[in-house]
Design a protein around this ligand. Structure first.
Ligand code: FES
Ligand code: FES
Length: 573
């Protein structure tokens, strides 16, 4: 039953009509239009994007019933003390601690509470970040921004920063102090609130729906009504394992074998779009491409179809559970590789849809001057969609196999490297990217404890344009690569292809407290800026991490994620 609640929002008394059991997040976004408070996983309460202060204490608003805040003071990023807040936002721009910016307002709000209590040291900030997920940055630049305000260099040209971000993300990106405060143009923040709302129907729910892009969409006047009618998909975390779906192969003598699991992109902004009849749908890639995961998002085409069919403005909104169920996944592989002194021979199978990208990766000239002979079979696996557009797909799979084969054959990388450019980035790996950027990496693991200690990255991508952004993307790619090797996997029903882990935390993204120091060196080069340097970094770090596990454990894990290693166990504690 609807009723009125009164509370103080950012210093103003508000009186708003709400439904029974409505969350504070729903009231803020849907009824009061406060879009700096983001919905990354509601109602899971796991990502921290919806964090606000209630009487000065940080709370995730998606699991806070609005009835509990009657008569209390709610503070969003807009209501924080402006001098501190704006310095904090500038600090995020100065360190590169905010890329897409979806996670950042919640982080800033929580840290405002910590600062008010005098907890300003790095350890306190790390603890505060335990309640948050950031997929873009690799955390270090977030901690740098929070530990002590870093002034923004007035001579820095943020248009060049945005240009580098676009080259890395593959879509136009905004880089300025409004982004950390939630001001990037995300589709669902810009959607007209009088549009009807379309959400995916849950399996087994008997309610009328409109089919578009292979999904049954339940339409209602409000997001809350649509979600109620569509039925709840439980954001469960299964105890099933995320073993690779393709059978493991036996490593050839002096060679390697690897099988990888399903992986979700894990981008924080759930897919959304809106469209007017006869119009162009809003892009789902408002301030970032979801690392390629949104390249073929179903939200914009569905919004267009539904708007044209219903002759009304339609707002398409996916929940976290919907994103995991319907977004394209990284195609698993199972392959072997062997180096005979001249040629790396790769033989393997990949989930159907990944083969052309894998073949293309093998055609890139190796920085080691060795040939790559790769043959990929395909297997049709029962998962909704795979995408070869995901970050470094093909490049990273090929790189880990090539580097693994070189190590298994006892090859001396330095003697193989044939040009000065490759030598300038060579560490324990060296990978040339699809667009000409090149990166090398070293991953240090403590031999006694198995704990990740440090990641070193060297990267060259022509004119960097903006070192801060390029470093931030490199660190984020290193963080994601470590996750791919060690912790990230998705349990999928082998019969139906239905993902079984639907919570943001179950995806295995490495937490702030677990990420080691990531040192990124940019090799300055003349010439035009080259894109996707972070893809090369991802591939180089993954290859170096796989070799580092061999070094400390004495045997090479045959699967990603390498769950059974000491290093992975520490990360999952
Ligand atoms: S949306 Fe509330 S914690 Fe993720
Ligand atoms: S900047 Fe943190 S999720 Fe994008």
């Amino acid at each position: 039953m609807s009723h009125h609640v009164l509370f103080n929002l950012d210093g103003q008394e508000v009186d708003v009509e709400v439904d029974e059991n409505e969350s504070l997040l729903s009231v803020l976004r849907e009824r009061l239009g406060v879009t700096s408070v983001k919905d990354g996983c509601a109602p899971q309460g796991q990502c921290g994007c919806c964090t606000v202060l209630v009487d000065g204490e940080a709370r995730v608003s998606c699991v806070t019933p609005v009835d509990r805040i009657i008569g209390r003071a709610v503070t969003t990023v807009e209501g924080l003390e402006p001098v501190w807040r704006d310095a904090c936002a500038a600090s995020f721009v100065a360190t590169g601690g905010s890329q897409c910016g979806f996670c950042t307002p919640g982080i800033i709000v929580r840290c405002a509470s910590a600062v008010a209590k005098g907890r300003v040291d790095r350890a306190s900030m790390e603890r505060a970040l335990a309640a948050h997920v950031c997929r873009c940055t690799g955390w270090q630049s977030v901690l740098d921004a929070l530990e002590s305000p870093v002034a923004l260099d007035p001579s820095r040209d943020l248009s060049l920063a945005a240009e580098r971000a676009a080259l890395e993300g593959g879509v136009p990106q905004q880089v300025d102090a409004s982004v950390p405060l939630g001001g990037a143009k995300f589709a669902d923040d810009m959607a007209p609130r009088d549009a009807v709302v379309a959400v995916p129907r849950s399996a087994g729910v008997e309610v009328s729906a409109e089919l578009a892009e292979g999904i049954a969409w339940v339409i209602a006047d409000t997001l809350r009504d649509a979600r109620t009618a569509a039925g709840k998909v439980q954001g469960r975390r299964t105890t099933l394992d995320d073993s690779p779906p393709l059978p493991s192969l036996v490593a050839p003598i002096n060679g390697v074998a690897l099988a990888t699991s399903w992986v979700d992109s894990g981008y924080l902004e759930p897919d959304a779009s809106w469209c007017e009849p006869g119009g162009e749908p809003a892009t789902a890639r408002g301030n970032g491409g979801g690392f390629g995961g949104k390249a073929d998002s179903l939200a914009p085409p569905a919004a267009r179809i539904l708007a044209d069919r219903l002759q009304r403005s339609v707002r398409v909104v996916m929940s976290r559970e919907d994103v995991v169920r319907f977004s394209a996944k990284r195609a698993p592989i199972s392959a072997t590789a062997r180096f005979d002194g001249k040629l790396v021979t790769i033989r393997g199978t990949c989930a159907s849809g990944g083969e052309s990208r894998l073949s293309k990766a093998a055609e890139i000239a190796s920085p080691y001057g060795v040939g790559i002979d790769a043959v990929w079979d395909t297997a049709t696996l029962p998962v909704f969609r795979v995408s070869s557009a995901l970050r470094a797909f093909g490049l990273a799979e090929t790189a880990v196999l090539v580097e693994g084969a070189l190590t298994a054959a006892g090859a001396d990388r330095l003697s193989l490297i044939q040009d000065a450019r490759s030598a300038s980035v060579l560490l324990d790996s060296c990978v040339l990217g699809f667009e000409g950027a090149i990166a090398g990496a070293r991953v240090k693991i403590n031999a006694q404890t198995g704990k990740l200690e440090k990641v070193e990255v060297k990267v060259a991508a022509g004119d960097p344009l903006d070192d801060v952004v390029m470093r931030s993307y490199a660190a984020g790619a290193a963080h994601m690569a470590l996750g791919w090797v060690l912790t990230e996997g998705l349990a999928v029903d082998p019969e139906t292809g239905e993902p079984l882990d639907l919570t943001i935390r179950s995806l295995g993204v490495i937490r702030a407290k677990d990420i080691p120091e990531i040192e990124v060196s940019i090799v300055d080069e003349a010439g035009p800026p080259l894109g996707r340097s972070s893809d090369a970094v991802f591939a180089a770090v993954a290859a170096a991490a796989w070799d580092a596990l061999l070094l400390v454990d004495g045997s090479r894990p045959a699967t990603f994620p390498a769950r059974e290693t000491r290093t992975a166990r520490i990360l999952r504690r």
